[in-house]
Structures are given as C-alpha cells and as structure tokens.
Design a protein around this ligand. Sequence first.
Ligand code: B12
Length: 216
Amino acid sequence: MCDFDFQPIIDVIVDGEGDDAAELVQEALDAGIPAADIIDKALVVGMQMVSDKYDQKEYFVPDLAASADAMTEALDILKPLLEQKDGEDKGTVVIGVVKECSQEIGKNIVAAMLSGAGYKVYDLGTNVAPDTFISKVKEVNADILAMSNPMLQTTKYMKETAEKLEAEGLRGKVKITIGGASTNPETAAQVLADAWSKNGNECIRVCNRLMDDLQA
Ligand code: B12
C-alpha cells in the first residue's frame, strides 16, 4: 500500500483538472489509501508545486484558481471521511480565515480534521473580522479560537483579535491557535497566540494540549 503512486493526483492538481482529481482520489480511496495520506502526499504536494510555479512567474492567479478548484473537488470527496467522529467530545473550536483573505482550502482541511478528532467546530468561513470571531467565541462558549492566515499582510488581524479577546476578559478561558502559509512558530508569539501548527494533524495534537492546559 505504501508504494501507491500519488504522482497522477499531484499532476492533475498542478494542471488544474478537477474532474480527473475527483476520479483519481476516489480510486486512491478504493485502493485503501487513508484520506489524510491522500491530502499530505498528493494534494498538498501538488499545491506546493503550484505555489513554486507562481513564485517563479510561470503560473498566474488564474492558474492558482484552477488548481484550487481541482483541490476543492478532491476535498469534497475526502471531507466527509475526515469529519467522521470517533465519538468523543473534546472541546469547542471557532475557526475562520482572517479579514481581507478569501483563501480557504487549508482552513477547510483543518476544520474537517478537528471535527473528525472529536471537536465541535464552528467554521466562520473566510474574511472574518476580529469582532465576528469574538462574538462567535462568546456565543458558543468556545475553548479554542483557530485563525488561518495565508497572507502576510493580514497577520495584523490575528493580533487585533487576540487583543480584543483580552479586552473582553476572555484570554484566560479561550486559547488561540494559528496557522496558514504565511505563519510560523514566531508568528504565534508576535500575534499573542498560544500555539502554531503546520497542518491539521499537528493542530489536533496542539488543541488536545491546549484543552489539557485549560482543564489544569
Ligand atoms: C490556491 C491559492 C490561491 C487561490 C485560493 C482559492 C481558495 N478557494 O482558497 C486564489 C486564486 C483565490 C488565491 C488568491 C490570492 N493569492 Co493565493 N495562493 C494560493 C496557493 C498557491 C495555495 C493555497 C492552498 O490552498 N494551499 C493548500 C493548503 C492545503 O495549504 P495551506 O493553505 O498552507 O494550509 C495548510 C497549512 O498552512 C495549515 N493551515 C492552514 N490554515 C490553518 C489554520 C490553523 C488554525 C492551523 C493550525 C493550520 C492551518 O494546514 C493546512 C493543511 O495542511 C498559495 C501558496 C501557498 N504556499 O500556500 C498562494 C498564496 C497564499 N497566495 C498569495 C497571494 C499573493 C494571493 C493574491 C494576493 C494574488 C493576487 N495578486 O490576487 C490573492 C489574494 C486573494 C485574497 N484576498 O484572499 C501568496 C501570499 C503571499 C504572502 N506572503 O502574503 C501565496 C503564499 C503565494 C505566493 N507564493 O506568493 N490564491
């Protein structure tokens, strides 16, 4: 099973061929490949190649959009599998992409994986203003606020949100975790978040640790 050839899936993501992506992903599932492996070893790899081509000015925004559409078609098949719960109720997470950003694929993966890991997830979508994050956190009594930040220029909104949470007196009750292409572990400190993770699997481990901290 580990010698499964992910290259055809990588290629259709790079070429932005959605129908083919959906078909090949279904074939991988039928061959017994776990959804998380298809994401990590094919979809994310393909998207990184797309990103490199964009950096090298070989691809432009319409190419990014075509690859993103292909990825979305593939994820439509995988999401229900990621979301299958293991029965536990681990905590409540509010998640969204920060203000002025509409890039949501990474956030969608993380939201689905957290849901599958037993978290109750409220997904606010994209372009979420700091006040919108705060009202949802209050409304659902969230344990964790998870912000996705694909673009460097929107980093400031995570800090603004953390400061507003502090001003509401909620900082002791609500942990903040962040991620996205334009973040790293240092960004977490910079925007007053408690944690950063690279991907959905790490985010699950981080949220489990944050829940332990809250309950300590
Ligand atoms: C596809 C794409 C788009 C698509 C998005 C479609 C969609 N429906 O989401 C479209 C075409 C719309 C787009 C538009 C733009 N994009 Co764009 N885009 C990308 C690209 C190539 C891939 C993003 C992606 O989906 N990756 C696949 C997913 C699975 O990976 P991911 O997002 O990184 O998510 C993973 C982790 O980061 C993490 N994660 C993500 N969120 C969270 C949240 C939490 C809480 C945690 C813990 C973890 C986590 O887990 C995920 C799963 O592993 C990236 C390059 C890149 N390296 O990411 C550029 C990129 C993000 N885009 C970029 C830019 C510049 C733009 C535009 C400004 C281009 C333009 N001139 O118009 C616009 C901005 C539009 C806007 N205001 O939002 C830049 C940002 C640069 C910067 N440093 O600020 C990047 C980095 C490209 C580059 N190399 O320069 N883009």
